[in-house]
Design a protein around this ligand. Structure first.
Ligand code: ZN
Length: 249
């Protein structure tokens, strides 16, 4: 049984959660805003397999100062109940669709990185392509080393820098049909790799029209094993061990 290192469990119907959890050893359930954090907390209290991460998803409008303060206060208050800060990061896809001043997003990410450092927790990042380099700048500035770039995509320069810094990535089910992710698997060390679904985000190819759930990670492991030239069992064991060590679960 695998660990889903990144899932939005709060976005599924509540009655579907027990069935989804049957398919994973643990899940790292990330949050997107304060309301989502509260829901994730409830789920982690109900199910021992659910490990909570609290944050603010970057692909949305920025919170007001009041809402941001409320979120930071809430996270500090519930730091004992969480395994990480996340999901936080930079609005790469939003930036493609509209003119956007990224500076306040960078400032907010900087504050989350400092919060992770203050609370001695890992950080879950949504920072792809050129945004990954900005995230690296911030992490390095604050000497934060426990970083997980989920569903990472980026340049060779970013990949080299992230490997050098010991940052983790997680592989999504689209590795079955995306050459870009297959190339990433080949170049990134298995020692710094986890698997995830980012559910309920839907996938294509063999997963078309299927509800995203942790069982899809078996296909991801098949791809990792084949590209790394190891057995499926070795690949599964290694990414599970990595995730347990990284999140201290
Ligand atoms: Zn996510």
């Amino acid at each position: 049984m695998l660990i889903d290192a990144h899932i939005h469990l709060d976005q599924y119907k509540e009655e579907d959660v027990p069935k989804l959890l049957e398919e994973a050893q643990f899940v790292i359930a990330v949050s997107t805003d304060l309301q989502s954090c509260e829901k994730t907390l409830t789920l982690s209290n109900l199910f021992t397999k659910v490990k909570a991460a609290y944050g603010f998803h970057p692909e949305q409008s920025l919170p007001s100062d009041h809402d941001k303060q409320a979120l930071f206060n809430w996270i500090r208050l519930h730091a004992e109940d969480m395994v990480a800060i996340g999901e936080v990061g930079l609005p790469y896809y939003r930036k493609q669709a509209q003119v956007l001043d990224e500076r306040p997003y960078i400032e907010l990410l900087d504050q989350f990185i400092q919060l992770a450092k203050e609370l001695h927790k890992p950080i879950v990042l949504h920072a792809v392509y050129e945004d990954a380099l900005i995230a690296c700048d911030l992490l390095e500035r604050h000497a934060v080393t426990k970083a997980h770039f989920h569903w990472f995509k980026g340049s060779e320069e970013a990949i080299e820098r992230m490997i050098h810094n010991g940052y983790f990535i997680s592989i999504t089910p689209d590795c079955v049909y995306e050459a870009e992710i297959q190339t990433l698997i080949k170049s990134y060390p298995l020692e710094l790799m986890m698997v995830e679904t980012d559910g309920p985000w839907p996938f294509e190819g063999p997963f078309e029209n299927a509800r995203t759930s942790p069982c899809m990670m078996a296909k991801t492991i098949d791809v990792i094993a084949s590209l790394k030239g190891i057995t499926v069992q070795e690949a599964g064991q290694k990414v599970t061990e990595n995730t347990k060590l990284f999140y201290e679960i």
